[in-house]
Ligand binder design. Structure first.
Ligand SMILES: Cc1cc2nc3c(=O)[nH]c(=O)nc-3n(C[C@H](O)[C@H](O)[C@H](O)COP(=O)(O)O)c2cc1C
Length: 156
C-alpha cells in the first residue's frame, strides 16, 4: 500500500496514536511523537518509553495508527505489521530522528519563554531529561492499509 506524500506530511508533523493488541486481544493505545514515513510503504517509530506497546508488538505484530491534521481537514487510519530492531542501520536512523526532535523542542522552549513563561521551566526540565535518553529500539511498520477517517464525517 503506497503512502502518498499528503499522508507522509501528516504523519511526519503530528502526534500519532499507536494501537497494539496482546496475543489474547487486549488493546492498548498510546500517543507517539517520533513516527516518520521512511519510504512509500514503511513507517519508523522510535521506542523510547514503550512498555505494554513493546510487549504487545512482540506478541502480535499487527498495529493500527490514527493521525490527524484537523486544520487541514486531514485524518487517517493506517494498519500494518511491526518489526522491532534494537541495533543496526534503522536503529541509527532512530537516534537521528530523536536528535532532530530534541532540536525542534529547544526552539519551542524559546517561544514558550515569551508566551507561557510559567510553562517554560517545566518544559525545559522535561526536554533536558529527554536529551539524556537513547532509543531502546526502533519499530518498522510495513503499511498494508490506509483509510481517510475524514470520509466518515463527510470529508475527503
Ligand atoms: C505527546 C507524547 C508523545 C510521545 N511520543 C513517544 C515516542 O515517540 N516514543 C515513545 O517511545 N514513547 C512516546 N510517548 C510515551 C507513550 O505514549 C507511552 O507513555 C509509553 O509507550 C508507555 O505506555 P505503554 O506501557 O502503554 O507502552 C509519548 C507520550 C506523549 C504524551
Amino acid at each position: 500500500m503506497k503512502i502518498t506524500e499528503e499522508v507522509k506530511e501528516v504523519i511526519n508533523n503530528n502526534i500519532v496514536h499507536l494501537a497494539t493488541s496482546s496475543r489474547d486481544g487486549n488493546p492498548n493505545v498510546v500517543p507517539v511523537g517520533l513516527c516518520r514515513a521512511i519510504s512509500d510503504h514503511e513507517l519508523l517509530i522510535v521506542d523510547v518509553f514503550f512498555k505494554k506497546t513493546r510487549k504487545n508488538m512482540e506478541e502480535n505484530p499487527r498495529v493500527a495508527i490514527a493521525v490527524e491534521a484537523l486544520e487541514e481537514l486531514k485524518a487517517y487510519q493506517i494498519k500494518g505489521k511491526a518489526k522491532i530492531f534494537a541495533q543496526g542501520e534503522l536503529y541509527d536512523k532512530a537516534v537521528e530522528i530523536m536528535g532532530e526532535q530534541n532540536e525542534v523542542r529547544e526552539k519551542r522552549i524559546s517561544v514558550l519563554r515569551e508566551k507561557r513563561p510559567e510553562m517554560a521551566e517545566r518544559f525545559e526540565k522535561l526536554v533536558a531529561s529527554h536529551h539524556k535518553l537513547r532509543p531502546k529500539a526502533v519499530v518498522l511498520v510495513d503499511v498494508e492499509e490506509i483509510y481517510s477517517t475524514m470520509r466518515g464525517v463527510g470529508g475527503k
